[in-house]
Design a protein around this ligand. Structure first.
Ligand SMILES: CCCCCCCCCCCCCC(=O)SCCNC(=O)CCNC(=O)[C@H](O)C(C)(C)COP(=O)(O)OP(=O)(O)OC[C@H]1O[C@@H](n2cnc3c(N)ncnc32)[C@H](O)[C@@H]1OP(=O)(O)O
Ligand SMILES: Nc1ncnc2c1ncn2[C@@H]1O[C@H](COP(=O)(O)OP(=O)(O)OP(=O)(O)O)[C@@H](O)[C@H]1O
Ligand SMILES: O=C(O)CCC(=O)C(=O)O
Ligand SMILES: [Fe+2]
Ligand SMILES: [Mg+2]
Length: 258
């Protein structure tokens, strides 16, 4: 999967629908080539080699406990957290993934996140607020960071910095499964290496879409729709829900609703 990542970065592989995202400070500075420019690959569901991650039986065994037998891969990412440029933009603000998802119920959604190498505090491991998955969805917005923030890196507004945190230091291949309401983020990468992880958000295909108009999710819904119209030229008839229905891919069972 590391090889496939490199092929994508050097354009030896071209994957329909895949979004290659650069760190904001790297994108706005001079040209950086290949994988060193890439912060994250998003939506690799049409890449056979990377999508193999989403179908691994040793992962689905646990996913099925939360989703039941009809399992959709709704969101796929390969994160290549770069060495921080000094602006602290390699951080990911504390957030709840449910903010991005116009479907419910939350308990039928689960994320698997696998370390592709040793992750620790120095290279920016995941940080979680234990127990926060028992709360509700919070208001999210861009954090006020001096050095800039990556596109769509919304964070929880007014979260309690005094809440206990747990740093998830992991060995290569270790996998964490977490609830979409769990407040989490990741720190700066203070090493010279790129910290790689691969993840998939699964949901039961029996989940249903919700309308985010008038909710705290309206801001991200509008941002995603703007991106879809800029990138694919689609008009306003393509909804926030549609952008998810188009990207979601069945991994097991039947596609009943999503
Ligand atoms: C169907 C579609 C669906 C998509 C849905 C995604 C939903 C995901 C939800 C789930 C999320 C789960 C949780 C999460 O992971 S949250 C983080 C998720 N982030 C994204 O999904 C980002 C998606 N990608 C984009 O928005 C675009 O590809 C960006 C904007 C990144 C590049 O744009 P484009 O491809 O057109 O490239 P360009 O080279 O022409 O640059 C244009 C301008 O943008 C500037 N720029 C470049 N890089 C960045 C950056 N990192 N931050 C800020 N700005 C950036 C660049 O300097 C230039 O500005 P200027 O110099 O003109 O001022
Ligand atoms: N959708 C989910 N994704 C990830 N973890 C989950 C999800 N739903 C529940 N969990 C976690 O799985 C474990 C079992 O959950 P369950 O709700 O069955 O038990 P519980 O006794 O209510 O525990 P808790 O009070 O910690 O939630 C708990 O640790 C819970 O936090
Ligand atoms: O890998 C990380 O740093 C966290 C990424 C994350 O939480 C997300 O993209 O939703
Ligand atoms: Fe997240
Ligand atoms: Mg419970």
């Amino acid at each position: 999967m590391v090889d496939e990542f490199e092929h994508i970065c050097t354009r030896k592989a071209n994957v329909p629908g895949l979004v290659v995202m650069k760190d904001v400070t790297i994108a706005k500075s001079e040209f950086v080539e290949g994988e060193k420019a890439v912060t994250k690959l998003q939506d690799f569901q049409e890449d056979p080699e990377l999508f193999r991650y989403c179908t691994l039986p040793q992962i689905l065994k646990y996913v099925e406990c939360f989703t039941g037998p009809n399992i959709m891969a709704m969101h796929t990412m390969l994160i290549n957290k770069p060495p921080d440029t000094g602006k602290k933009t390699s951080r990911h603000p504390m957030h709840q993934d449910l903010h991005y998802f116009p479907f419910r119920p939350a308990d039928r959604i689960v994320c698997s996140w696998t370390a592709m190498e040793k992750v620790h505090r120095e290279n920016g491991c995941l940080v979680v607020l234990p127990g926060s998955h028992r709360g509700t969805l919070q208001e999210h917005d861009y954090p006020e960071w001096e050095g800039g923030v990556n596109k769509m890196y919304h964070g929880v507004r007014n979260y309690d910095p005094g809440h206990p945190r747990v740093h998830l230091e992991m060995e290569k291949g270790d996998t964490v499964f977490f609830h979409p309401l769990l407040i989490h983020g990741s720190g700066m990468n203070q090493t010279e290496g790129f910290r790689k992880a691969i993840s998939c958000h699964y949901a039961s295909s029996d989940c249903y879409y919700i309308d985010v108009k008038g909710t705290t999710q309206e801001n991200i819904g509008n941002e995603v729709k703007e991106l879809a119209s800029r990138k694919y030229g689609v008009d306003d008839t393509v909804s926030f829900q549609d952008t998810w229905a188009l990207r979601g891919r069945l991994v097991k069972g039947d596609r009943t609703s999503l």
